[in-house]
Design a protein around this ligand. Structure first.
Ligand code: SAH
Length: 340
C-alpha cells in the first residue's frame, strides 16, 4: 500500500529521505511543495531531481480524498462534500461561510462509536479511525476549494476526535508547522463528547487549540440517556476535567448544548447549568436541534431558546446561539451520515 506524504511531519520526512540516502534538505523542499506551494503531484516538485521523484513514487503518493459529491445549500453558502477514502470508506466535510471567515468542519473517524441518540453519524456505527494523512488532506482539499482562503478548522464532523487522539495530534502539528502551512492552532477547534482522560492530556500537551465539549445538559441521568458515553465518563468527571483544563491552559472552554424541544430547554435546565458549572471558565453555544435520523426529538421553540439564553446571560455567562447552516443539505451539526 502506498503511503501518503500528508501522513508525515517534517521530522519524519527528514528521516525518510535520510534512510533513502538523500540529503536532509530534500525533506524541507518536499514539505514546502506540499504545504506552501500546495501541489498535487510529485511531478511538480521542480527542484527535486527526477531520480529521487521516481524512487519516492514507488512507495509514496500525495493522496487527496476523492470528492464523490458536492452539495450546495440554497439558503446559505454552505457546501458539503462527500469524500471517498482509499478503502472505499466514506466521510463528509462541510465548508461554512461567514463574512471573512471560512470554516472547514472536518471529520476524524469514519462513523462513530459514541452512539449519541440525537446524532445521525451514530447510526453508521464505528468504521475506523482516519489516519493522519486523511485528516490533513481534508484541510488541503478545503484550501483548494476556497482558493487558500480557509481561515478556521473545527473538528466537529464525523467521529469523536479524542478517540483518535494520536492521528489528530499529529495532523494538528503538521498543519500548524511554521515550515509549512502555518495554520494557527488558535484557529482550530476540537469538539468532544467528553473523553475525560484525553481532555486532561490535551490540557498538558501544550497545544494551543480551542476545546469544545458537547455537554448538552447538566443533568447526569438525562445525559446518560442522550449520550451513552456519559456512563463511562459521567458529567461530574467531565466538569472536573474542564476545570483542570482551565487551570492548566488558562483557556476558556466552550460547552455545546444542543437544545431539544421539551427535554432540556426549560428554565430549570438553564439554572442547573449555571449551578453545576460554577467553578469552570466557559462560554456556551446553544445549538437548536437539527433534524437527525432519529425522529423522537424535535426542535425547541424559538422563544424558549431565547429565554434559555437570557437566563444564562443574566447569570453573567457568555452565551451564543449557533446559527443553523446548511440544514437543507443535511450539513448542519449532527446531520452527517454520508448518505450520498
Ligand atoms: N464527537 C464530537 C464532534 C462531532 S458532533 C462531539 O460530540 O462534540 C459536533 C456537534 O454537533 C456537537 O456539539 C454535537 O453535540 C452536535 N450535534 C450532534 N447532533 C446534533 C443535532 N441533531 N442537532 C444539533 N447539533 C447536534
Amino acid at each position: 500500500m502506498m503511503q501518503n506524504l500528508y501522513d508525515f511531519t517534517l521530522q519524519e520526512l527528514t528521516e525518510i529521505m535520510q534512510k533513502m540516502g538523500y540529503e536532509k534538505y530534500r525533506a524541507k523542499q518536499i514539505f514546502d511543495w506540499l504545504y506552501k506551494s500546495r501541489i498535487n503531484s510529485m511531478n511538480e516538485m521542480k527542484n527535486i531531481p527526477e531520480d529521487i521523484i521516481e524512487k519516492l513514487k514507488t512507495d509514496y503518493d500525495i493522496f487527496l480524498p476523492e470528492i464523490i459529491k458536492e452539495t450546495k445549500s440554497e439558503t446559505d453558502e454552505t457546501k458539503k462534500y462527500l469524500l471517498k477514502l482509499k478503502d472505499e470508506n466514506r466521510i463528509e466535510c462541510v465548508l461554512i461561510y461567514n463574512g471573512e471567515r471560512i470554516t472547514l468542519c472536518a471529520s476524524t473517524q469514519a462513523g462513530c462509536a459514541c452512539g449519541c441518540r440525537f446524532c445521525s453519524t451514530a447510526t453508521l456505527g464505528f468504521k475506523r479511525n482516519l489516519d493522519t494523512g486523511e485528516i490533513v488532506s481534508q484541510i488541503m482539499l478545503a484550501m483548494k476549494m476556497t482558493d487558500n482562503k480557509l481561515t478556521n478548522v473545527v473538528f466537529m464532523g464525523m467521529g469523536e476526535p479524542l478517540l483518535n487522539r494520536d492521528n489528530l495530534y499529529k495532523a494538528i502539528l503538521i498543519l500548524s508547522d511554521k515550515n509549512g502551512l502555518n495554520f494557527s492552532q488558535t484557529r482550530i477547534t476540537v469538539s468532544t463528547a467528553g473523553i475525560v482522560p484525553v481532555i486532561k492530556e490535551i490540557a498538558e500537551s501544550g497545544l494551543k487549540i480551542n476545546l469544545a465539549i458537547s455537554l448538552i445538559t447538566a443533568d447526569d441521568e438525562m445525559r446518560s440517556k442522550l449520550m451513552p458515553i456519559n456512563l463511562k465518563y459521567p458529567l461530574k468527571e467531565v466538569i472536573r476535567a474542564a476545570e483542570y483544563y482551565n487551570k492548566k491552559t488558562g483557556e476558556c472552554i466552550t460547552f455545546e448544548c444542543v437544545l431539544f424541544g421539551g427535554i432540556n430547554d426549560s428554565e430549570k435546565d438553564a439554572i442547573n447549568l449555571v449551578e453545576k458549572l460554577r467553578k469552570v471558565n466557559y462560554k456556551i453555544n446553544l445549538i437548536p436541534y437539527n433534524d437527525s435520523l432519529n425522529k423522537e426529538f424535535t426542535k425547541p421553540d424559538d422563544d424558549k431558546v431565547k429565554k434559555f439564553q437570557r437566563i444564562l446571560k443574566d447569570n453573567g455567562i457568555k452565551v451564543f446561539i449557533r446559527k443553523e447552516k446548511g440544514a437543507d443539505i443535511k450539513a448542519a451539526c449532527g446531520q452527517l451520515a454520508a448518505e450520498g
